[in-house]
Design a protein around this ligand. Sequence first.
Ligand code: AMP
Length: 335
Amino acid sequence: MTTVGCIGGGQLGRMLGLAGIPLGLSFRFLDPAADACAREVGELVVAAYDDPEGLARLARDADVVTFEFENVPVEAAREIGTLPGAASLEEGQDRLREKELFRSLGIPTARFGTLEETGLPAIVKTRRLGYDGKGQRRVTDRDAALADGELAEEVVEFDRELSIVGVRARAGEMRFWPVGENVHREGILRVTRAPAVDAPQAEAEAFCAAVMDALGHVGVLAVELFQVGDRLLANELAPRVHNTGHWTIDGNETSQFENHLRAILGLPLGPTGAGAPCVMVNLIGAAPPLAALLALPGARVHLYGKEPRPGRKVGHVTLVDPDDATVERLLALAG
Ligand code: AMP
């Protein structure tokens, strides 16, 4: 049996498992939390991400080791050999390096660097370990200063937020899903609509392709974008399956999870072309009652089996080709 090891046992790991089980794959996850939600779809090794013994147990007999979380120690990933490789992880976990990579590839970004370089107002972010809007503050004060490990960014008055999710195979072949339009609240993704209306698909694909090629990336990679008029700015990259690609489970011929597994295992990639319009809504904090979600016509419900907690992603619902009234009902339920 082919075994996939995965550093991280959260919902992304769980959905990788759910995509791989029909292909006959088995899964082992490494996570410090004994109740990590991927434990339902594979063996769970409970240990710190950099615990040598835990990593050795994860990698033992595994045909490939991947990660679902980019804040994994690079050395640990290098030691056991992951796909995507350590280079993807290294760039993806440092916001400054990410932006320098975009710049070196000719991909436009908001101004970034010191507060002098960005001007005010600025958004100050921690370079490392920030996610879902954590580790961010808006600065308007002329006397403000950056702390160690912080990066300033110009505040972008964007028209909308978009993202592109792509996959690159071992031999370099690439596929891309239709660009999604994303709405965040308090830095946390709430809604993705895909395909985004009038999306700059070719330009977004070119950005994503340049990044994946530069990193020699194998697997799925997402780039978050701001659209300002007809300009596209890259905000962030994620060298892994991504929340803005969850709609592909129900709304595309091949999901991001399945294609990630296909890529890292050296299997042929599946098609990713446009299908019906989808709306994906995250369930944050606590999930509404399952019966209420299932009563929505056509709702594809994904609950992650996580305990409720403020700001925590506990599930998502995708509607494929919905009418406006159903979308409104779902948004009202999700709160
Ligand atoms: P990030 O952690 O960089 O993905 O930021 C989370 C969210 O905060 C983004 O999706 C935007 O909604 C907002 N945001 C981040 N950076 C900026 C920026 N430079 N200008 C305006 N909004 C931003």
